[in-house]
Design a protein around this ligand. Structure first.
Ligand code: HEM
Length: 488
């Protein structure tokens, strides 16, 4: 039995390679560079044991900034240079404006009816318009200013109350603060079961990674069942839906009492006025985006910025000096005090360059065939843009692996580099619509932690020895929580 299985695999492999050789000789199309592959899984094995953005960056060093990978049944191209990213995100932006089908989004996020996963078309266009004009407009972001100030002040008080020199799990505290801000912005009073809800969001993000067997074999439903993924996703969906149902019924009961509209209030108003044909499930899907895209990304950025400042005492001193000289002993930080602090902004930009929370942006898919970099790209090809590799391309950045905020001092780069050498929020039609809210949720918590406290690593660990390992999920954050001792 065993022997016949081995000989079947050997025969299949032989046929596969013979087929490859035969088609290579006869094909007239220029083939994209690619590493060696295996039957069935294609090039998946090249990513085993590595974080996908790092694995893909290493492969690009060998096979070039435009390469092809067969990931299971998904024919995927990977772009790893600013020049090609610019070509894709400008000339071919419309061609690559779709997202590939994602099992997690299908099952959990109400059949992909959110902003992130809905296919390019009228429904998605309307949702984006809704973001620009209402949900994520500069005015709306500003309307949550006092909410952010209050929650950051609570964070400072909590840290103070636990005492000077006592270790604090900064990762958890920062995530908790940002989760509270997002939850109150989304639902007014916030979510009663916030811990349960944010745990569910984290589970969604983990399942959404995009590189497990169920993701790369979207048509092989037996894999989704055998791996248990389908059942896990259904359970997560039911739990999330129950919590959202409770919030909806409470909001509908108390609607007349709200002074400042929450994001849910806005969505219900638009639904009532029939300005946009939204169903209750559509609203739930959009709100899930706000949590999934808005919490972890900002929390990871604060975590990485603080980690880099700890490792670089010169940068920490300069940051604290800027804040303390500007605020002159003021007890509570208001957003208007810190909006234009140049070094703080340079540190945040440099953090997003070296530690983009979405290092591969969000996968896209071609809606039609096109020619890219001289190669024919068929319709329905998956596209990954490696922002992690692009943000540290040595042709564009000196000492690309070093954390040097000053590189942005005389650099006009704001959220996209002029030559697409900096794309932490993506670019083009499907660029992040939450930049304003995301940065506001980074700037204030980070400023508070730096202004009110000095920090040191516990157990006499030296600053330069801080472990900077990453963990891959929908947002790349620290592998080990950042634990620090506040000194005040
Ligand atoms: C530091 C914070 C953030 C970072 C670094 C970030 C990064 C990104 C990236 C890289 C993408 C993919 C863009 C592409 O495919 O080209 C994206 C998409 C998206 N982001 Fe953000 N994001 C942040 C905060 C937020 C916030 C606060 C929200 C909303 C509350 C948000 C909502 C979205 C949505 C809805 C999309 C999908 C857009 C579409 O497909 O049309 N993001 N984000």
């Amino acid at each position: 039995m065993e022997l016949s299985l081995i000989s079947s695999i050997a025969l299949a492999t032989l046929i596969f390679f013979l087929f490859k050789i035969a088609t290579r000789q006869t094909s007239k199309t220029k083939l994209l560079p690619q590493p060696w592959g295996l039957p069935f899984i294609g090039h998946m094995h090249h990513l085993i044991g590595t974080l996908p953005h790092r694995g893909l960056a290493n492969l690009a060093k060998k096979y070039g900034s435009l390469m092809h990978l067969q990931l299971g049944e998904l024919s995927t191209i990977v772009v790893s240079s600013p020049k090609l990213a610019q070509e894709v995100l400008t000339n071919h932006d419309l061609t690559f404006a779709d997202r590939p089908i994602n099992l997690t989004a299908e099952v959990v996020v109400y059949h992909s009816s959110d902003i992130v996963f809905s296919p390019y078309g009228e429904y998605w266009r309307q949702l984006r318009k809704l973001c620009t004009l209402e949900l994520l407009s500069a005015k709306k972001v500003k309307s949550f200013q006092s909410l952010r100030e209050d929650e950051c002040w609570n964070l400072v008080q909590e840290i103070r109350s636990s005492g000077s020199g006592r270790p604090i799990n900064i990762s958890r505290r920062v995530f908790g603060t940002i989760a509270l801000i997002v939850s109150k912005a989304a639902f007014g009073k916030g979510v009663k079961d916030l811990t349960e809800f944010t745990d569910l969001i984290k589970k969604i993000l983990t399942e959404m990674g995009g590189f497990d067997m169920s993701d790369v074999f979207p048509s092989k439903t037996f894999i989704h069942h055998l791996s248990g993924k389908k059942a896990r996703l259904a359970k997560i969906h039911n739990n999330v839906d129950n919590i959202l149902n409770k919030i909806f019924s409470e909001t509908l009961k108390n609607r007349s009492n709200t002074s400042e509209e929450s994001l849910l209030d806005i969505l219900l108003r638009l639904k009532d006025n029939s300005e946009f044909p939204l169903t209750v499930d559509n609203i739930k899907a959009v709100l899930l985006d706000v949590f999934a895209a808005g919490e972890d990304t900002s929390a990871a950025t604060v975590e990485w910025a603080l980690s880099e400042a700890i490792r670089n005492p010169r940068i920490m001193e300069k940051l604290q000096a800027e804040l303390r000289e500007t605020l002159k002993g003021k007890a509570r930080i208001l957003e208007d005090d810190i909006r234009d602090l140049s070094y703080l902004n340079q540190v945040i930009k440099e953090t997003l360059r070296l530690h983009p929370p979405g290092p591969l942006l969000m996968a896209r898919e071609s809606r039609e065939s096109c020619v890219l970099g001289g190669y024919d790209i068929p319709k329905k090809t998956k596209l990954q843009i490696n922002a992690f590799a692009i943000n540290r391309d040595p042709e564009y950045w000196n000492d690309p692996e070093c954390f040097i905020p000053e590189r942005f001092e005389h650099n006009p780069t704001n959220i996209i580099g002029t030559e697409y050498e900096y794309i932490p929020f993506g670019a083009g039609r499907r660029m992040c619509p939450g930049v304003g809210l995301g940065l506001a949720n980074v700037r204030l918590p980070l400023s508070n932690l730096l202004y009110h406290f000095n920090w040191k690593l516990p157990n006499g660990v030296k600053n330069e020895d801080l472990d900077m390992s990453e963990c891959f999920g929908a947002a790349v954050h620290r592998k080990c929580d950042l634990v620090l001792e506040p000194i005040f």
